[in-house]
Unconditional design. Sequence first.
Length: 397
Amino acid sequence: MLDIAAELHRWTVQGRDFAVATVVRVTGSAPRQPGAALAVDRAGEAVGSVSGGCVEGAVYELCRQALDDGITVRERFGYSDDDAFAVGLTCGGTIEVLVTPVRAGDAVLPVVASALAASAAGLSTALARVVAGPPEFLGRAVAVPTSDLAEGQGDGQSESTDAFERAVVEEARAMLACGRTGPVTVGTDGSRCGPPVVLFVESSVPPPRMIVFGAVDFASALTRAATFLGYRVTVCDARPVFATAARFPEADEIVVDWPHRYLATAEVDARTVLCVLTHDPKFDVPLLKAALRLPVGYVGAMGSRRTHRDREAALREEGLTEGELGMLHSPIGLDLGARTPEETALSIMAEIVAERHGGSGARLTGAHTPIHHGSAHSPRVPVMDFAAMNVFAVPGG
């Protein structure tokens, strides 16, 4: 539900009751990934999506029912060969959806509200909800901020569950550290030996960062495209006449500094994208020497193939290894036949998206590659076979 945190936080502030359906497992090809959510309030207003349209109507009704009876349910939707017109996914995959009522007086409300508020504020947070296990645990939730869990921040259960909640927090923070969403298993007593409890952990982290080096026309188009795709964009150039807010109105930050000097102090992580568009050796070589030794998600550099060969030779002279040079995407982008700055920006963003999600960049027509990929920065984790378990019903959320 954290993918629609801003809207749901507004609902909780307004005191609205709602039910939220969250995709907790996907098998095969499906239009939305785990964590996708659809929420419905008392007035029937809906936000979000769990399937891109295939099963929205049925899930909407499940939410309305949960609002009425206060019962958390899990439901499975898949394609039926026996009845192709039945409610299901026409893409052939299956999804499992957890429907949770969030109403005044429900034990889950303060936990959900805390996670929604943190996520809506742009803070790193995680929300763990029990989807399978002993009846007394079913439907419970634990909010997991990055700071130490405050006393009583769980869902108001007794001290006997402290070990369980501590174990959940530990597991969820490990997921949150790398921005992963998915299932974890914890014993009822907080150990690995107790009866297993399966929780679905949603991670919400600030938008990934892109740093564009070189305040050129291509950078302006790339900034617009990256902002549209949810990146927080910084433009850096040593020339103050070019690095201006007037030329880059969509950028979140404009920095006037030598690129390699700025990068030495910039905050980066495994999701950070570095795009070097200067194609000037006096900027490129010291910048790429530093960039290719950082734990970032993508480093790309603009230039012709001849420029790339000259750049690689200069970087080798600077002591970079073949492994480090292998991290460089140069010439930057996919072969789209791009001509204009906007087309070039599309080419660059297409390569970044493919790298992030493990795509090949090949045409889908005639290909045998998956259409929906898992995120390259969200490694798959083992999951329990929910389908083999009985659907649970939990009064009061």
